[in-house]
Design a protein around this ligand. Structure first.
Ligand code: C2E
Ligand code: CA
Ligand code: CA
Ligand code: CA
Length: 279
């Protein structure tokens, strides 16, 4: 692996092939990033189908690296999880998202919710509830303004423990969204017991949506299932009018995707939302 390193891998490349030295350097950089406030949140809107209004935003993490520029989460979340750094990083995300939502509330966007992604490592952390509570309290945010997005596979692993954690979150008054839905293997029985408010159809099923395809059948089935369980159904990764029309036809409740809005820095997000009919 040392050789591979010399053969020109980028110094910061955190890939599976990166050697131990590179991983250590990357890890060191992540620590510095926390200390020096190099993390940012960008916000992607969620739109309701029924009345075309903005339901709120999903906070997505970015790293403003001094040399590499803006780094996306897929490049560093894995290492952050393996090293445990996801715990302080995740706490920062929660706090910053609550701070932002409080600002939006004070501007009058009282019906918006802010959604934050939870790593499986955070989800398994016994201090999770305290961290969530502290972030809400610090910014005096009503819990109902916060949604936590947990992937289906996270919610499914160690089911009794997961159910207990989800129930505690729900008891706080925070909403729960099951992310990347359709990629895990939830049983109907388990789904019925989940104290969730929302299902997000994985982007993978939305990509090739068109009448008559297998993905179209799967999406219709997920929407029907969500109806039965009284869950809000959100489709993510919507990029085309065709996808939008199909999702509308099958009764999806809300949409997220480049077609409606990319993830945006806070200033641009607010500016763009002000140009919305209900802005
Ligand atoms: P995710 O939660 O499934 O988020 C959706 C991803 O799809 C985001 O990528 C978003 O930018 C992207 N996306 C949104 N609309 C479209 C579209 O129309 N087309 C396409 N092709 N992509 C779209 P991003 O921001 O790179 O995040 C990737 C993943 O990183 C997220 O997937 C989530 O699992 C994770 N992540 C992001 N922020 C956080 C965070 O604060 N904490 C944790 N633990 N994970 C995070
Ligand atoms: Ca998500
Ligand atoms: Ca997702
Ligand atoms: Ca995903």
């Amino acid at each position: 692996t040392k050789r591979a390193g010399r053969n020109g891998y980028n110094f910061f490349e955190p890939s599976m092939n990166a050697n131990a030295h590179q991983q250590l350097q990357w890890l060191q950089d992540l620590r510095v990033a926390l200390e020096r406030n190099q993390f940012r949140l960008v916000y992607q809107p969620k739109f309701s189908f029924s009345d075309d209004t903005v339901l709120g935003a999903e906070a997505l993490l970015r790293w403003q690296h001094p040399q590499r520029g803006l780094v996306g989460p897929d490049e560093f979340i894995g290492l952050a999880e393996r090293s445990g750094l996801i715990i302080p990083i995740g706490a920062w995300v929660l706090e910053e998202a609550c701070r932002q939502m409080h600002e939006w509330l004070s501007l009058g966007y009282a019906h918006w919710k802010i959604a934050v992604n939870l790593s499986p490592v955070q989800f398994a952390d016994p201090h999770l509830l305290d961290v969530v509570r502290a972030a809400l309290e610090k910014h005096q945010l009503p819990p109902s303004c916060l949604t936590l997005e947990v992937t289906e596979s996270t919610a499914m692993s160690n089911t009794e423990q997961s159910l207990a954690t989800l129930q505690q979150i729900a008891d706080l008054g925070v909403e729960i969204s099951i992310d990347d839905f359709g990629t895990g293997y939830s049983s109907l029985l388990y789904l019925k017991r989940l104290p969730a408010n929302e299902l997000k159809i994985d982007r993978g099923f939305v990509r090739d949506l068109s009448e008559g395809t297998e993905d179209a059948a799967i999406v219709s089935a997920i929407v029907a299932l969500g109806r039965t369980l009284n869950l809000r159904i959100v489709a993510e990764g919507v990029e085309t009018e065709g996808q939008q029309q199909f999702l509308h036809a099958v009764g999806c409740d809300a949409l997220q995707g480049y077609l409606m809005g990319r993830p945006m820095a806070p200033d641009l997000f607010l500016q763009t939302m002000r140009e919305q009919p209900d802005g």
